[in-house]
Ligand binder design. Structure first.
Ligand code: 5GP
Length: 190
């Protein structure tokens, strides 16, 4: 999506350790009108699909997912990063390895909010190694719900996540796909 690529080139900052910072419009300050344009693109891509729920992961996914949900008129459910040792049996749980924070944690959603009849669109800001996405997929499958697909703002396509998730049979739509990045240049796949 040209609008997004131009914004990444203008405001994105490539940090050491292969991290792209988009704090001025996605991850810290949120440009709501801009994300609303991205939401319209997700709506266009998933036009005709039945979707009953949007699933994301706290914290950075929540704001984005809420703006996307305004296009689809469905609730947003966000997986919580679990801090307690004992996992209650009224939740679905799975493990996520964090690429940016270099640690692993459990994510949970309540069984009350994810049901076998749900048709779920996953929304997230980044797709890198695919661990966050894999964790969300696992929650949906445990609930016996249907995965309609995933909508990602930025896919770092040179990392393995996108391929891995597509190989699992899940539709992935990324609005910007980065082929390579270093301090001076960011290249996209079209
Ligand atoms: P994955 O599990 O696919 O490796 O990483 C997905 C999560 O890690 C995203 O939800 C995002 O929060 C974070 N992430 C991965 N790579 C980047 C990056 O280059 N920049 C930022 N800002 N977040 C990233």
């Amino acid at each position: 999506m040209k609008l997004l690529e131009d914004r990444i080139l203008k405001d994105g900052i490539v940090r050491e350790g292969n991290v792209l910072k988009v704090d001025s419009f996605v991850n810290h300050q949120i440009d709501v009108d801009f994300i609303a344009e991205l939401a319209k693109e997700f709506k266009r891509l998933y036009e005709g699909e039945e979707i009953t729920k949007i699933l994301t992961i706290e914290a950075s996914g929540i704001g984005i997912a809420c703006i996307v949900a305004q296009e689809f008129h469905v609730p947003v459910l966000f997986a919580k990063k679990n801090k307690t040792i004992n996992i209650a049996n009224d939740v679905y749980t799975s493990k996520v390895e964090s690429f940016t924070h270099k640690r692993s944690y459990d994510i949970i959603v309540s069984k009350d909010f994810l049901k076998p009849e749900d048709k779920v669109l996953i929304i997230d800001d980044f797709l890198a190694m695919g661990s966050a996405m894999q964790g969300l997929i696992s929650l949906i499958r445990d609930a016996g719900a249907t995965i309609v697909g995933a909508g990602i703002i930025i896919e770092k396509a040179y990392q393995q996540g996108g391929q891995m998730i597509r190989d699992m049979g899940v539709r992935v739509e990324s609005l910007a796909r980065i082929k390579s990045m270093d301090n001076n240049t960011i290249e996209f796949i079209h």
